[in-house]
Write a protein that binds this ligand. Sequence first.
Ligand code: ZN
Length: 106
Amino acid sequence: MQVKCPKCGNEAYLENMGRATGTVVGAAAGAASTITGAAAGGKAGAIVGSFFGPVGIGVGAAAGVLLGALSAAFGGGCIGHKVGELIDENVIGMYHCPHCDHTFSL
Ligand SMILES: [Zn+2]
């Protein structure tokens, strides 16, 4: 959606306050759930590793824990980013003009 600055008529852009906050909050929430993610990853890793004997179980579990934790944190950040985008568009709705530094809402 193109929005024109009411002051100078140049193109203005949506302020990304919600998106930035959402990404951080989402990543934090994801990090909090990494323990569950890591546990699930560890279990899955151990099952895969069990095909390769006792050593495989250990290696598989360790890799699973790491991947589970990473994907939980990453997933949280992505969701937070999306939620923040919706907040920017529908709740805050603030636009900023880079030409004259004017901030306005529709
Ligand atoms: Zn302007």
